[in-house]
Design a binder for this molecule. Structure first.
Ligand SMILES: NC(=O)C1=CN([C@@H]2O[C@H](COP(=O)(O)OP(=O)(O)OC[C@H]3O[C@@H](n4cnc5c(N)ncnc54)[C@H](OP(=O)(O)O)[C@@H]3O)[C@@H](O)[C@H]2O)[C@@H](O)CC1
Ligand SMILES: Nc1ncnc2c1ncn2[C@@H]1O[C@H](COP(=O)(O)OP(=O)(O)OP(=O)(O)O)[C@@H](O)[C@H]1O
Length: 438
């Protein structure tokens, strides 16, 4: 049997160097792999899954054992995989605060190409129109953080779609946000039957739907809550956004929704999931443990092999991009894995994930626009140094920016650092990473 559904050419280059602040940092760089589908790879989903499983469990190949294991499984046990399931491109940039690696010096000019120029001829909206779907009685901070982050790092317009209970509060944080109180929780509507729920869903979809086409990217989940009626409506919004080909960033309770209903998002190439450690474990349990009879029910997520496991997960989700947040951020669309431990802060105050989702949404919209322009300058450089997938490019840029802002805010505020401080540094950090022309 072929060891994979892919033919692969792999070269690898490792090097280490002294980072600018004197500590030794190890970098590894795997040039982009060549992936070629074998005939029949895009056949029926069942066959495709069977091929993937055959790939990931074929013990005759050094690169093909399952990336998952479980100590408590009642199903077949598996040896943890020690090698990559597939070659991956890995970018690992300086852990040291202020590190300025050679790798980074190649990546940043490539990422900069997708950042739109500021020119007098451009009109309002061209630098990005972002929507955040989130905000309920409990959480008003998270959607605010995501939306204001989008504005502060360069988007022109940011909308928030939330419940009426959250709207006034969010508006009072900032006059810059456009806030739509259109979502409903069970608490607001009381006990209603199926028919009324369906009517409510249509109403919400009509309210949100008339705006959808305007957005370059939608963040779904910060502070959304987990009310079943509300989530039902958001599922309908996701379907509509997919139909309109709008990039989606799913975070917080948006991840809760798609973890429970993965079919909402599987196979949508413009989706980015941004799970933290816990959210990632839940996703793995659902997508791998529950759906694949041939791996343990509660697959172990091992730090040692996160990149390989993430790549496997993204592949099982048929090309969805996953940004797994943590000490190191790992990003994969199933084809490649990028990782970055660039900058960052030791403060773990709540809300940093919201800054990431809002910023990533803007970068993704810029990257999508950039790749859709046939004559865009430097496209080959971006493809070779980062990826030809706008969601991968956007996720890496979002991660770098947030970690840079967190490091800058921490340098100033130390233990007092909060998410608001990190947001204050977004503009400055953008300019450090992607300087405006003098
Ligand atoms: N100001 C606001 O309005 C904010 C609102 N937010 C919104 O809240 C909603 C729910 O989000 P969430 O963060 O409470 O849920 P989730 O991530 O499942 O964590 C649940 C528990 O898991 C654990 N845990 C988490 N990370 C871990 C790790 N790395 N490693 C190990 N354990 C970890 C940890 O458990 P503990 O340690 O407390 O036992 C944690 O309490 C969502 O809509 C979000 O957007 C936030 O954005 C914050 C700012
Ligand atoms: N241990 C760490 N060291 C450095 N940076 C980290 C660490 N853990 C997470 N980060 C960074 O913090 C940001 C937010 O990740 P985090 O895991 O806090 O998300 P979250 O739990 O979803 O946040 P939120 O509080 O908004 O729900 C990411 O950009 C990630 O790179």
């Amino acid at each position: 049997m072929q060891s994979a559904s892919f033919l692969v050419l792999r070269t690898r280059l490792n090097f280490s160097l002294m980072a600018s602040q004197g500590c030794v940092t190890q970098f590894s760089f795997h040039p982009p792999q060549l992936l070629r589908s074998l005939p029949g790879q895009r056949q029926c989903p069942k066959l495709r899954r069977a091929r993937q499983y055959a790939y990931s469990t074929d013990s005759s190949s050094t690169s093909s054992s399952s990336p998952y294991s479980s100590g408590s499984s009642t199903r077949s046990s598996h040896t943890p995989r020690t090698r990559d399931p597939e070659p991956r491109r890995s970018l690992q940039v300086g852990a040291a605060m202020g590190g300025n690696s050679t790798e980074l010096q190649k990546i940043l000019p490539a990422l900069e190409k997708v950042v739109p120029v500021l020119a007098p001829g451009r009109h309002k909206g061209q630098a990005g129109k972002i929507a955040v779907i989130g905000g309920c009685r409990e959480y008003t901070g998270a959607p605010y953080f995501a939306a204001i982050s989008a504005l502060k790092m360069g988007a022109d317009l940011a909308h928030v779609f939330c419940t009426s209970g959250a709207a006034t509060v969010i508006k009072s944080y900032s006059p810059e946000l456009i806030v739509h109180p259109v979502l409903h929780e069970s608490y607001d509507v009381g006990e209603i039957g199926e028919e009324e729920i369906s009517g409510l869903k249509d109403k919400v979809l009509a309210e949100v739907g008339k705006w959808l086409q305007r957005f370059d990217c939608i963040v779904i989940g910060p502070g959304l809550g987990r009310d079943p009626i509300l989530l039902d409506c958001v599922a309908a919004i996701i379907e509509e956004a997919k139909f309109k080909n709008i990039p989606l960033v799913l975070d917080g309770d948006g991840l809760f929704l798609v973890t429970n209903q993965p079919e909402l998002i599987i196979g949508y190439p413009l989706a980015i999931l941004t799970p933290n450690v816990m959210e990632h474990k839940r996703l793995v349990a659902k997508i791998v443990g529950e759906r694949d009879q041939n791996v343990p029910q509660n697959p172990e997520v091992s730090n040692e092999d996160l990149p390989g496991q993430l790549q496997d997960l993204a592949k099982r989700m048929e090309g969805v991009t996953i940004l797994q947040k943590g000490k190191t951020d790992y990003i994969s669309d199933g084809k490649t894995v990028l990782s970055s431990d660039y900058y960052g802060s030791p403060r773990r105050c709540g809300g940093q994930g919201d800054v990431l989702s809002g910023s990533t949404a803007v970068f993704v919209s810029w990257a999508k626009e950039y790749f859709s322009n046939e004559n865009a300058a430097g496209k080959k450089e971006v493809e070779e140094r980062v990826s030809n997938n706008p969601t991968m490019v956007g996720a890496l840029a979002g991660s770098l920016l947030c970690r840079k802002s967190a490091a800058n805010a921490f340098a100033q505020h130390k233990r007092a650092t909060t998410t608001t401080n990190i947001i204050e540094y977004l503009g400055h950090s953008m300019d450090e990473l992607f300087p405006l022309p003098q």
